[in-house]
Design a protein around this ligand. Structure first.
Ligand code: ZN
Length: 768
């Protein structure tokens, strides 16, 4: 029996990684200083691993994203980056003007860069795992386990790029996921020789074991693909006997139908995730495991923060040993540890009793070590396990009132009355908005003074009254500006919010926030996911004071701005002792309390943002219905009790709107604003197919992620395209997301143009 771990966060305990990257980009440190700092960080990481586990991975380090590293290693570099090299090339591809597209990594909140395969050609530019292996050996005297992203996962998460035309001298590209088995096979045949060379070189260097990550094996596979995988791995591993090759899967179980074929691939060992679902264990029980193959048993969670009940997990491991025999078992984390903050040690402000119930990445390594101890008969490890079991057996964070409220929910609580058609009439009369109403998504620029004031207030360096005055001042400026610009529906600007989820998490009971629990969402971008540890309720109003203040300054309607229950849940670590649906309903009820308070205080339009609605859909398609069923209900519950006059908005971004248009329609809002900068064509198609769309909608007319000022022509073009499929009475005019990351110098001219577009449209299409 051995222990393993992988994916330990690269961020550093003091966020050194972020500081190094940003310092280098800003030209504050030289390339040499930068690389030196990174090397020290890597040393820390390898030493941490070494303290806890038997086999340490090397080659995990990257300077932005591991998929980008893999693309570069395999020579997958689009034409447009030609002539660049080294770090310049690397960061052009990561964050330059024409950077690679960024998207969610499986159903997690990590974003990777999407490799673009322009030609069906691959080459080994640099053997990255080999380099990492040698460096770890020379510099730190460590015999590491080289890791790399597997060929199937690489191809499944890449896109093929085809030039389809030209406009004004610039190429137009068509990007596509690799869905067809034929294309996959062609590419795989070309890719495998390159992977083979990587492995041959590793073997020649004397490497003993290699880890190949194939998380895409847990997606819904089909027979043709499995055959391609089998052929690929047969060719790949031939002649490499003597070096142990491990295939690791995570985030879900292998499809029932293909479980046996995947675990029988010709490699030394297979890694299975026993935490994300019961699927792998169920299949292992009924179908067994190949004789003398190693099992990397993913039993320690990498995606949740709950301290492990070691006794229970030891029990599971014993069952696994009965199936695969002790010498074939490797104890490991179930998913990469980079979904967790580094350590709970520095947390000082958590609610009583919570800290001892948490494990972050470092504590997870400790758990892996303890499990080995327990199975090996170490009495000290066993004593710790018994103590943890006792602690976790005690109820925590429960609130009888909330439990009762959930129990008393009836089907009608999830249904808003009257129907949209009737509400719409009343709302139009009350609000009296023009055709093509203009609005924004909520936030305005978070300028350095705003951020500083918030930090000072948190630290207690700014008194409550002063802070309030400061924020009110910002709101006042924002309202005046919106008056000047001539927008129709105003926002207060969200200056009091550091983050749209954390803000509410801090004010809700049952949810904790951390002071150091940073996790990378992409590149150098970090966030602190809140921790939902108990029953959720709202002790007092959270936004009413700010919104009513904003409304007091103008006769135009100000939108109340809230984050929806599904997004709060999906962007937090959530307890696992009750179903996710129930947590979502609890949050929905807390939001409903806020919605009703806003309504009572004269706010007629309330926006409930759900940007994370789509991203937490289960990996397995067969589980989608169940997810959407409760997610839709949670959103509906959050506003089901409002008066017909109150207009409920929602906002979504990056949601592949077209794929889930039916589910979105079921949410029963009055108005939705969506991001569509990259996929307007697809959205138009979706409306055509759907046919019965009758809700008001604002298709983002410009991309807020770019500093460029959008021209009137391009915004108008968006509106005209949408008007081809939807009646003009349904259309709003707005940017595609919040403006908090932009500068005022960008926002003001952009909105000015946008308002003019609406005015021109009214002239051209008005008086229906
Ligand atoms: Zn958005």
């Amino acid at each position: 029996m051995k222990t393993w771990a992988f994916g330990y966060p690269k961020l550093g305990e003091k966020r050194e990684y972020k500081k190094l990257l940003e310092g280098f980009w800003a030209g504050k440190i030289t390339e040499e200083e930068f690389l030196k700092g990174i090397e020290e960080l890597e040393k820390y990481r390898l030493e941490t691993y070494k303290k806890y586990v038997d086999s340490v991975p090397v080659g995990e380090l990257n300077l932005y994203d591991f998929m980008l590293d893999t693309a570069l290693m395999l020579g997958v570099i689009p034409e447009r980056f030609k002539g660049k090299e080294g770090l310049e090339l690397y960061y052009e591809m990561a964050r330059g003007k024409q950077a690679l597209e960024m998207t969610k990594w499986f159903n997690t909140n990590y974003h990777y860069l999407v490799p673009e395969i322009e030609k069906a050609e691959f080459s080994l530019r640099e053997n990255k795992p080999l380099k990492a292996y040698k460096e770890a050996k020379e510099k730190f005297g460590l015999e590491g386990r080289p890791t790399l992203v597997g060929p199937y996962t690489f191809l499944k998460l890449s896109k093929t790029l085809q030039k389809v035309g030209e406009e004004g001298g610039l190429p137009i590209y068509h990007m596509e996921k690799i869905e067809s088995a034929k294309v996959l096979k062609t590419l795989m045949d070309k890719l495998i020789p390159v992977y083979k060379r990587i492995l041959q070189e590793l073997k020649a260097e004397g490497v003993k074991e290699v880890q190949i990550d194939e998380p895409a094996f847990v997606l819904n596979l089909n027979g043709e693909e499995v055959e391609i995988i089998e052929n690929a791995y047969r060719t790949l591993t031939e002649g490499l006997e003597g070096m142990d090759i491990y295939l690791i899967t995570y985030y879900e179980g292998i499809d029932d139908r293909y479980f046996e074929r995947i675990v029988n691939l010709p490699v030394t060992g297979i890694g299975l995730d026993f935490v994300s679902s019961e699927r792998n264990l169920r299949n292992l029980r009924s179908k067994g495991f190949p004789k003398s193959k190693k099992l990397v048993a993913g039993v320690v969670p990498g995606r949740n923060v709950w301290r492990l009940d070691l006794n229970k997990t030891a029990q599971l491991l014993k069952e696994l040993i009965d199936i695969v025999e002790e010498e074939n078992l490797i104890i490991a984390n179930a998913q990469p540890l980079y979904h967790l903050p580094i350590t709970v040690e520095p947390e000082k402000k958590l609610p009583e009793g919570l800290k001892e119930r948490l494990s972050f990445a470092k504590e997870r390594l400790g758990e892996i070590k303890l499990l080995k101890g327990i199975l090996g008969g170490d009495s000290r490890a066993k004593a710790i396990a018994d103590e943890v079991s006792k602690l976790l057996g005690q109820p925590f964070g429960r609130n009888e009132e909330v439990i009762k409220r959930i129990k008393n929910l009836k089907e009608e609580d999830f249904v808003r009355k009257p129907s949209y058609g009737e509400r719409d009439k009343v709302q139009r009369e009350l609000l009296g908005l023009p055709l093509f109403p203009t609005t924004t998504i909520g936030s305005f620029p978070q300028t350095p003074d705003v951020r500083k004031a918030r930090v000072k207030y948190r630290k207690g360096e700014l008194a409550e009254e002063e802070y309030k005055k400061f924020i009110q001042g910002k709101i006042k400026e924002a309202i005046h500006l919106q008056e000047e610009l001539g927008l129709d529906v105003f926002v207060h600007g969200e200056f009091e919010r550091s983050d749209m989820v954390e803000y509410f998490a801090e004010l809700l009971d049952g949810i904790a926030t951390t002071s150091h629990g940073w996790v990378i969402s992409y590149g150098s971008r970090v966030y602190r996911p809140p921790i939902i540890y108990g029953d959720v309720s709202r002790p007092k109003p959270m936004t009413v004071e700010w919104i009513t203040y904003a409304q007091s300054l103008t006769d135009k309607p100000v939108k109340g701005m809230l984050t929806g229950p599904v997004t709060i849940l999906n962007w937090s670590y959530a307890r696992e002792d009750i179903p996710r649906s129930e947590i979502a309903y609890q949050i929905a009820l807390a939001i409903l309390d806020e919605v009703l308070d806003l309504e009572r205080n004269g706010i007629n339009i309330i926006q409930i943002d759900e940007p994370a609605f789509r991203e937490a859909v289960p990996i397995k398609k067969e589980e989608w219905d169940d997810y959407f069923n409760w997610a839709i209900k949670a959103f509906r519950l959050s506003n089901s009790k409002v008066k017909p006059e109150t207009q409920i908005h929602t906002h979504m971004c990056y949601s592949d709107f077209n794929e889930i248009i039916e589910q979105i329609y079921e949410m029963d809002f009055d108005v939705i604003s969506i991001e569509a900068s990259r996929s307007k064509g697809e959205i138009i198609e979706a409306f055509e197919k759907f046919g019965k769309w009758d809700r008001q909608i604002g298709v983002g007319v410009y991309d807020i992620h770019s500093p460029a000022i959008p021209s009137k022509e391009e915004m108008k073009a968006v509106m005209q395209r949408v008007m081809k499929v939807l009646p003009k009475e349904l259309l709003w005019v707005n940017p595609d997301c919040g403006l908090k990351t932009r500068k005022w110098e960008e926002v003001i001219p952009a909105l000015k143009n946008m308002v003019e577009v609406a005015k021109e449209l009214r002239k051209e299409y008005g008086n229906s």
